[in-house]
Design a protein around this ligand. Sequence first.
Ligand SMILES: Cc1ncc(COP(=O)(O)O)c(C=O)c1O
Length: 445
Amino acid sequence: MSALDVEIAAYEQANPGSRSMHERASAVLPGGDSRNSIFWNPFPIYVTHAEGTKLTDVDGNTRTDFVNNMTTLIMGHRHPDVVRALHEQVDHGVSYPAPSPPVIRWGEILCERVPSVEKIRFVNSGTEATLNAIRAVRAYTGKTLIAKCEGAYHGNHDAIQISVTPPVDEAGEAENPEPVVMFPGINPGAADDIVIMPYNDSEAAERIIRSHAEDLAAVIVEPINGQCGMVPARTEFLQTLRDVTSELDIPLIFDEVISFRAASGGAQEWYGITPDMTCFGKVIGGGLPVGAFGGKEEIMSLWDPNHGADFVQHAGTFNGNPMTAAAGVATLELLTPEVYAELERKGDKLRQMIRDLIAELEVPMGVTGAASLFSLQFTTETVTDYRSFATNDKEMLQTVFTGLLNEGILMSNRCAGNVSAVHTDEDLKDFVSALRRVLVRAGYA
Ligand SMILES: Cc1ncc(COP(=O)(O)O)c(C=O)c1O
């Protein structure tokens, strides 16, 4: 029996309730759910409740949650201030066909914390945030082409579901990647409207941007690449993107859907580099569905219905809804600079403890991440971009992921994780002890 088979057998044994719920769910939901990003074989856990750092499933198993709904729950589950804000808003009504005060407060906080965001609009997902930011720059520049990085996920819409996890043998040369449409159903023409840059390769990115400058509506980049394992951009890479786009008058979009975890002003404050447009999601909604996009007044004013004949239409029944605004404001108000500093301290500490364990057990793996974000990498290569990320050993990844589930730890199915403000140093130690037991079972000792 392989190490993976051993872990799967233990998992099946401990989760009979999730298995039968998966069978029931699969009768009505393809794959048993509405999100492939949280699916895993042989079946996912079905969660009944959550509190602080803990998640409990239908079998009564309680695990320490290092996923926090894909980096969203930065204050943990059911933070009392967020719960109180939601209760208060429920008492006032859950959605209105008119704007409401909490949404104004929400916008004020974000515009104040992120000086590059002069105006903002709220939507319901990070996907809608990047969709609208791309529409904004296309409307503003009158051009169509977008430059994005290979291995970057910017949401689930046609314009950008290109070269997220392309098969390397179909993706061209590392310094000159080809656009690869990610799955059937995406408009194949979308690949004609995008150019792909290697992440963290300043020279190649600058060459690619310059050679398409005439047609580029924007360059979009994630300052900390989530898909490849929370891989931080080199400052010099982001600076090159900023310098070359400023020189050529091309809007630069930061996708801060995840990286807004880095500081109260987001990764743009953390790096000291200012984009023209920013996409938000996850933490800013306090756990409820959310997205937002904002930036320069001259671009965002296109959204104003009084702008004139060229205004951009923007509807959305739940955009800027008061429930998300209430949870978002409560969360953002809790997120003081001290909380960010403590999140980063815990992230640094956890990554160092994992590095020490890997060295001690001589395991062919590594850890990436920045601030409160981290990811296990099952490769001896230093992961800085998609091509190095693509060297991960997938069987080892699944073995460790399943092993950690068996040890009471939840990571994402790609073995990415994050700490929340309510994780304690004890939780971090428990994570490393669990990882040690899994690696020892897999034969590293
Ligand atoms: C960087 C980035 N952009 C956009 C999105 C899309 O956000 P959502 O899942 O809310 O649509 C995600 C989601 O994980 C993301 O990580």
